[in-house]
Design a binder for this molecule. Structure first.
Ligand code: ATP
Ligand code: MG
Length: 491
């Protein structure tokens, strides 16, 4: 097929609008031409150190302007970046580097003493004498651009192959939904090693849109830049949006601001209600590493009428709900969420069996349970693997956790199943209380009975100091029992 080729994204962008601002980082501002030139120089240095097209190369860096330059340098060389989460332990990092057969690891001094193999330290890389790099002026949409490992919430992380086409269609699908305005500017305060952050880089070059890059989320800095840099769109997760909402007292967001793109996990209803109250335009979304960012999005006009829904699939994407027997679920009936679209991965790196198991005819079986309402809006319930079946009834831990988290004395909550002679399984709740709270099990049972059907009320309550979470800060329900037994909760 010859129609699957496109010009290298950054090369094309620097040609089309060289003088437009590409990125603001602290006091530095780079145009697309300057970004290209810096990426080109870095590509020359990386080539000098023997990086070559089609190699897999690990990237373990902080969110920083240098990281953006290195990531684009790798695209210019046609090297496949294995982008690693910098909160992982050395054992987890070594596992991902081995699993992806990484030829090198580009990292920085801060991470250089973990004993990881084949390191190229950023600070030393920039001092290398460059050579003239062989630039991939044309890319194939089916070619792998990046590898990102899933968060490992349900099991071992898997390397997801994200092609240039996946990134392209993800950016296009988002634009067809949110629109692109001339003065758009996207604030990135999410990690570049997640698809949430990396996808902002891709939108920037594809749309010709400036981004404001923050090393990490900081609420005051965010609000300052929303005004001063005239930011119009920002990607957030529940915790960051909560901090913004809590910080805004009387004042509202600037008029030019048009979208908080919320992703990464379920959104608590009280938070969404507060956003409606404070006039914060939230686009809720559903997506995963495998879909190169959002695949389903809810516009703010539906925030109230479809409260809690993740929305409708983006223009290029399709969605269906499948029952255990492979039949399509009728409207309102829960089943596995299955998605398809040009932004969906072609599979897991070096795992043909898992790929065959999860992807059929381009349809990706997400392992998430949800339903579509009469109008085709998606409601995500939970992960299939976490479902508790009690006396034949399905219980979704996420629903119970949301109820518990609404209690003013509860800081964190996790729910999982426990064996029960009568019902097969029943829910058990693990709770982190606010400091000094005297909340008792009896009070909690009553609180739940007021809000949940009786069979859903947890049969066991365990108070702990913290809950097991992975490097993406996601709750590891499969580890809750171990956590209590090993006494890790006491630390
Ligand atoms: P692993 O696949 O290794 O278990 P993971 O699924 O947590 O890890 P990610 O790709 O980072 O890895 O997360 C995607 C998952 O996050 C989705 O499959 C879904 O379970 C959850 N998620 C994303 N958006 C939403 C949402 N709007 N509502 C509920 N859950 C969501
Ligand atoms: Mg997953």
């Amino acid at each position: 097929m010859n129609n699957e080729f496109m010009p290298n994204f950054l090369l094309k962008r620097a040609f089309l609008t060289p003088k437009r601002t590409a990125i603001y980082f602290h006091d530095e501002t780079l145009t697309f031409q300057e970004l290209y030139d810096r990426a080109y120089d870095t590509a020359g240095k990386l080539q000098k150190l023997s990086l070559r097209k089609d190699q897999y190369v690990g990237v373990l860096l902080k969110t920083h302007l240098d990281t953006v330059i290195i990531l684009f340098a790798l695209q210019l060389l046609g090297v496949k970046a294995v982008i690693l989460n910098n909160r992982l332990t050395p054992t987890e990092l070594t596992w991902q580097l081995t699993d992806s057969k990484a030829a090198f690891l580009i990292t920085e001094t801060a991470f250089s003493n973990m004993g990881l193999p084949k390191q190229i330290i950023k600070e030393e890389l920039f001092a290398v004498e460059k050579e003239i790099p062989v630039i991939q002026e044309e890319i194939s949409l089916s070619e792998v651009c990046t590898i990102m490992y899933t968060s490992g919430t349900t099991g071992n992380p898997k390397g997801v192959m994200q092609t240039y086409g996946n990134h392209w269609w993800s950016a296009v699908g988002s634009a067809l939904n949110l629109g692109i305005n001339d003065h758009d500017c996207w604030l990135c305060a999410v990690p570049l090693f997640h698809i949430s952050g990396y996808s902002i880089l891709m939108r920037s070059v594809i749309y010709g849109m400036p981004i404001v890059l923050h090393e990490s989320f900081h609420v005051e800095k965010t609000l300052k830049d929303l005004t001063e840099k005239k930011v119009t769109i920002m990607s957030v997760v529940t915790t960051t949006l909560t901090r913004i909402v809590d910080h805004l007292k009387e004042e509202s967001l600037p008029n030019h601001f048009r979208c908080m793109l919320l992703g990464g996990g379920p959104a608590p209803l009280p938070l969404l209600e507060k956003c409606v109250e404070k006039n914060i335009p939230v686009f809720q979304s559903y997506g995963m590493t495998e879909t190169a960012s959002q695949i389903v999005t809810l516009s703010p006009e539906y925030s109230l009428s479809k409260l809690g829904s993740a929305g409708k699939p983006l223009f290029p994407a399709q969605i269906k709900i499948e029952l255990e027997d492979g039949q399509a679920a009728s409207k309102g009936k829960p089943g596995e969420i299955v998605v398809k679209g040009p932004n969906v991965t072609k599979g897991y790196l070096f795992r043909p069996e898992v790929t065959r198991e999860k992807i059929h005819d381009g349809w990706l079986y997400t392992g998430d349970i949800g339903y579509l309402d009469d109008e085709g809006f998606l409601f995500v319930l939970d992960r299939r693997s976490d479902l508790i079946i009690s006396g034949g009834e399905n219980i979704y831990p996420a629903e119970l956790e949301a109820v518990l988290l609404a209690h003013p004395d509860i800081v964190d909550a996790g729910v999982t199943g426990m064996e029960d002679a009568k019902w097969g399984h029943v829910p058990a709740a693990f709770i982190v209380k606010k400091e000094g709270s005297t909340l008792s099990e009896e009070e909690l049972v009553q609180f739940c009975l007021d809000r949940l059907a009786k069979y859903k009320v947890p049969k066991g309550f365990y108070f702990t100091k913290s809950l097991p979470r992975n490097a993406a800060k996601k709750l590891l329900r499969r580890k809750l029992w171990e956590w209590i037994k090993e006494g890790s909760d006491k630390e």
